[in-house]
Design a protein around this ligand. Structure first.
Ligand code: BES
Ligand code: MN
Ligand code: ZN
Length: 497
């Protein structure tokens, strides 16, 4: 996506995107700079009420003018209610509708009206929203001969210099990294196994000059990662523990991002029902967010060390699979009774977290995991669940969520919840009676982070299945977490002890 601050009359464009607010007075709200050829039909459209700028609406205008042949009008709703997320969603609508324009080069007009969306950088929000909205996962579709598709070139047209090319670039990096996380999520589980996750990480490291280490099962054996190995032992495919490192000169603090990477979760011997089991290809969306974030980190270069850790495994039933009742020894020495092999995420993550704390000694950890179906029951598909041992870190994450629109809701984790996972014959058990499934998952993980400030994000609901947000595709992965993590890292403030 390019950026240009030339006068509109000096641009050569096949189509122009114009955001219109519901109460748009064409004179006052900055649309006065529209080319004449567009202003007239736009005012008639609004007078007739054909297009009124309502939130979530759009209109493809074909003018008959020789220079300004078409415009895509996108509604913002009432201007005093416009915020950054509203603009991002309107931009998402643009992305979704680009292929409907008959255009090679599309200009997106930045008008003073858009400044009303608040403090967020306009160029970033626009670039993000449009490129997220334009995402499609078509790798597994036969090419459609009727309409050989060519993606239109996009240009942010900013004659009044209300934003800048750097902001547009940032939004582009964030959207591309999010889209790559989506693609990892959407890739079918026969083509994305732990080996391919590791290859993806290695390619990413090579491209962006990050350090990458992949621990094999023999290494994990030596390290004593009994929980992770217990989960993977039912699968023909060996597990991988992937560690990516970004260390800019002068950085003093280190933040670790840890992702659940179950490339397929059948439940293991505690087998899931058949209906909907295919969705468990998305059970690696936490690790996809970590990998997407690492690629954006390498490009946007926050001033903090960032370590990405991905625990990749399948969870399969077989003659070698872990049994309900098995007791395994975690990396940190805790003995864990596996009462349900379908509560596997906390097992792989627990070892990954304990290893991260012990070997990499971060100042803070964020983990992301599609950990519990209970999180969907509690919060649905719009807000992630959070469990933490540090309110200050949680506060930073909340601030970030406000800016990126990737919302999180903290759940309580009072000590009583911890009682429920005390095991009869071991130290801990991996499931509990008494409800609060998402909290239980969180308090289980807390046993593996020691004193390190930590926030666990349960992204089971938000990682896919989101509807009616125009920059998210429906029935497909959202890439949740990439933008959140980047904002957190870019705004990073050391925690008070
Ligand atoms: N990956 C699932 C959680 C999940 C389920 C995410 C459905 C999204 C949609 C996780 O491994 C799991 O199976 N959790 C169990 C935990 C239970 C056995 C305590 C669950 O949520 O049912
Ligand atoms: Mn499971
Ligand atoms: Zn799972």
């Amino acid at each position: 996506m390019d950026y240009s601050s030339k006068l509109l009359s000096d641009e050569k464009l096949d189509a122009l995107v114009v955001f219109v607010s519901e109460d748009s007075d064409l004179r006052r709200n900055g649309l006065s700079n529209l080319p004449r050829a567009l202003k007239k039909p736009l005012s008639s459209l609004m007078e007739l009420g054909v297009f009124s700028g309502k939130k979530g609406t759009k209109h493809h205008l074909v003018t008959g003018d020789a220079t300004w042949k078409q415009a895509l009008l996108v509604g913002l709703g009432p201007v005093d209610k416009l915020d950054g997320e509203g603009l991002r969603r309107a931009a998402g609508k643009v992305g979704q509708n680009l292929s409907g324009l008959k255009a090679d080069t599309v200009g997106v007009l930045v008008t003073p009206l858009l400044k009303k969306s608040g403090k967020l950088s306009l160029g970033t929000v626009l670039a993000e929203g449009i490129q997220l909205g334009a995402y499609e996962f078509k790798q597994y579709k036969s090419p459609d001969d009727d309409s050989p598709k060519k993606l239109a070139k996009l240009r942010v047209c900013d004659p009044r210099k209300l934003t800048d090319s750097k902001s547009v670039k940032v939004g582009t990096v964030l959207a591309e990294a999010t889209n790559s996380a989506r693609t990892l999520g959407n890739t079918p589980p026969n083509d994305l196994r732990p080996q391919q996750v590791a290859e993806h990480a290695q390619a990413l490291a090579k491209r962006h000059k990050l350090k990458c280490k992949v621990l094999e099962e023999q290494d994990m054996q030596k390290l004593g990662m009994g929980m992770l190995l217990g989960v993977s032992q039912g699968s023909e495919e060996p597990a991988k523990l992937i560690i990516l490192e970004y260390r800019p000169a002068g950085a003093k603090q280190t933040v670790a991002l840890v992702g659940k990477g179950i490339t397929f979760d059948s439940g293991g011997l505690s087998l899931k029902p058949g209906k909907g089991m295919e969705e468990m290809k998305y059970d690696m969306c936490g690790s996809a967010a970590v990998l997407g974030a690492m690629s954006a980190v390498a490009q946007l270069k926050p001033k903090v060390n960032v370590i990405g850790v991905v625990a990749a495994s399948e969870n399969m039933p077989s003659g070698t699979a872990q049994r309900p009742g098995d007791i395994v020894t975690a990396y940190n020495g805790k003995r864990v009774e596996v009462l349900n092999t379908d509560a596997e995420g906390r097992l792989v993550l627990g070892d990954a977290l304990a290893y991260t704390v012990d070997k990499l000694k971060p100042d803070a950890i964020i983990d992301l995991a599609t950990l519990t179906g209970a999180c969907i029951v509690a919060l649905g598909h719009y807000i992630a669940g959070a469990v933490t041992n540090n309110d200050e870190l949680m506060g930073q994450v909340q601030g970030t969520a406000q800016r990126t629109g990737e919302r999180v809701w903290q759940l309580p984790s009072d000590p009583e919840y911890g009682e429920a996972i005390k095991s009869n014959h071991g130290d801990l058990k991996n499931i509990a009676d008494g409800g609060a499934g998402t909290i239980i998952g969180g308090v289980f993980l807390e046993h593996f982070v020691g004193d390190t400030p930590w926030v666990h994000l349960d992204i089971a609901g938000v990682a896919w299945g989101v509807k009616s947000i125009d920059y998210h595709p429906s029935n497909s992965a959202t890439g949740f977490g990439v933008r959140l993590l980047l904002d957190l890292l870019q705004q990073w403030r050391p925690l008070k002890k």
